[in-house]
Design a binder for this molecule. Structure first.
Ligand code: HEC
Ligand code: HEC
Length: 462
């Protein structure tokens, strides 16, 4: 080989080496960041740095969210004192959803395709107050009495008049003679013993103690990656911080088991009244026992389904036989509130109900077909259904949440339903009137306005 040929061979060699060794790293370096399922356990920033980053976006994101809420809903207060929640609070009245350029009657006549095309569906999935961030978020009515639940980076979004009673009544399946055991008191670690000693057995008392004991959680813990300033907040949250008095206070969260973030559902705390007659737990996970959900809630949901984060932030492993079981045993004593117009079949007593309520019941069982999924006496079929609401809206981002399919969701029981607004897994229906409008569209029922009123009158009696 000549000297020139040698140089050419060398040059070709160097080119091949470059392609094999250097080019891939250039190509990969240009790829987007990995969309990881894991949270940043190896945190390199300090608490002050993380807090500053959150505070820098707080107001702009809150404004963005309030704009979305007020474009979708009329948030001016409307309540009714005709029938009160069992704790005594007036119930919210709707429909609160805003229509753009159409009436409910016109909307009822349109096909799902037409509603989707024109962007007119009033009940799209509801984004979390800051959907990019997520976490547990507590209403002001609760943080007023329990300031340890204040997050520095996020304020609660929904007005108090559409939330449940802050201090709900408690009814026990074992002692119906006592009526409301709570009597206007919020059950906490400070008073649970004096209120329940002598009414519960020692096992159940211990279960209740654990339900009102703080355990570390994603936003409330002692690490730099927390969202509380308060030392008492750093101990964590209790089950009853959300399931207030075994019911709900409207605290919300992002579901732990969906990725990426924009597909995660906002989830409203469900009531735990009547878990004893239910067979599926969680809106989508369908865990099979209250014990499983109790264990899962603290091990997984508290840390967004990220077991690495859980280890770092201080997961409290409950012992199955003597702690999980005791907690679940207490939960299984929580009864639905009394419904004075229902007979032993869970149907309206003809002598006590008004004509409007009776017409509502007939619609519920007949034309509106509600009973096919919500049969008496507890008004749940203990199953899940996919209502396919996505027939009515396009898959697009709204404040960083994907307006995606809900998928199959648990049929929540309707006993005591007037006590637990807002409704649906994500709270998108603020009132029972909104519920009737939602199902009227989703089931394509074309109900008349009198029929809608009758259905609401019936639902208020359950
Ligand atoms: C953010 C406040 C919050 C806290 C704190 C909390 N939960 Fe929940 N809980 C929820 C939400 C939201 C759901 C609904 C989950 C879903 O939609 O999948 C739920 C669901 C449940 C269910 C299933 C109810 C049903 O009808 O399917 C049980 C049981 C339960 N929680 C028990 C507990 C226990 C026990 C604790 C304490 C270890 C606890 N929860 C702490 C918010 C909370
Ligand atoms: C095909 C089954 C099905 C039919 C028919 C149906 N529902 Fe439901 N219902 C569900 C499911 C599933 C959910 C939970 C949906 C969600 O959370 O996204 C639900 C939720 C609700 C809720 C909210 C419960 C809560 O705790 O937030 C109310 C109230 C309700 N339905 C009333 C009605 C009424 C009234 C009708 C008739 C007009 C009706 N449903 C028809 C399956 C059904």
């Amino acid at each position: 080989m000549s000297k020139q040929q040698n140089i050419i061979v060398w040059l070709i060699g160097i080119c091949i080496m470059f392609i094999v060794m250097v080019a891939p790293s250039v190509v990969f370096a240009q790829q987007e960041k990995v969309n990881s399922s894991y949270g940043p356990t190896n945190q390199t920033e300090t608490f002050d740095q993380i807090k500053a980053e959150r505070m820098a976006v707080k107001n702009a994101r809150a404004k963005e969210h309030m704009e979305l809420l007020s474009s979708r809903y009329d948030l001016s207060k409307k309540t009714s004192t005709d029938i009160l929640m069992s704790g005594g609070k007036p119930i919210p009245v709707g429909p609160t959803a805003k229509l753009i350029g159409v009436t409910w009657e016109q909307l009822n006549k349109m096909t799902p395709e037409q509603i989707k095309e024109k962007g007119l569906f009033p009940y799209k999935p509801l984004p979390f107050a800051d959907h990019r961030e997520g976490g547990m978020l507590f209403p002001e009515m609760i943080t007023k009495s329990l300031p340890r639940l204040v997050r520095f980076d996020l304020d609660f979004d929904l007005p108090e008049w559409i939330l449940p009673d802050p201090v709900p009544a408690i009814y026990l399946t074992t002692r119906p003679d006592l009526g409301d055991v709570a009597k206007g008191r919020l059950i906490t670690i400070n008073n649970y013993y004096e209120i329940f000693n002598g009414i519960l057995n020692p096992k159940q008392l211990e279960g209740l103690r654990l339900l009102v004991t703080q355990f570390p959680q994603q936003q409330f813990n002692a690490t730099e990656d927390r969202r509380t300033d308060r030392p008492d907040g750093m101990l964590g949250v209790t089950c009853f911080d959300c399931h207030a008095n075994g019911n709900t206070n409207g605290a919300n969260h992002l579901v732990g088991d969906i990725r990426p973030q924009e597909f995660r559902h906002r989830i409203e705390t469900p009531s735990l009244r009547g878990v004893n007659i239910q067979r599926l737990f969680g809106s989508q996970r369908a865990l099979k026992t209250v014990e499983d959900f109790t264990e899962f809630e603290q091990r997984a949901a508290y840390f967004d389904g990220d077991q690495c984060m859980a280890s770092k932030k201080g997961i409290n492993i409950l012992e199955r036989g003597s702690q999980v079981h005791f907690m679940a045993e207490f939960l299984a004593l929580l009864d639905f509130p009394p419904a004075s117009k229902l007979n032993i079949y869970g149907k309206l007593d003809q002598k006590r109900a008004t004509p409007s309520e009776l017409r509502g019941e007939a619609l519920f069982n007949g034309k509106a077909q509600c009973a096919s999924c919500h049969p008496a006496p507890y008004y749940t079929d203990n199953s899940m259904h996919d209502l396919k609401a996505e027939r009515f809206y396009k898959q697009e981002l709204a404040n960083w949440m994907m307006m995606a399919h809900d998928g199959p969701i648990k049929t929540f029981p309707l006993r005591g339903i007037k006590d637990t607004p807002p409704y649906m897994h994500d709270g998108r229906c603020f009132t029972l009137e909104d519920i009737v409008e939602y199902f009227n569209l989703v089931q394509q029922l074309d109900l008349k306005s009198e029929e809608k009123k009758d259905l609401v009158a019936f639902l208020r009696q359950l």
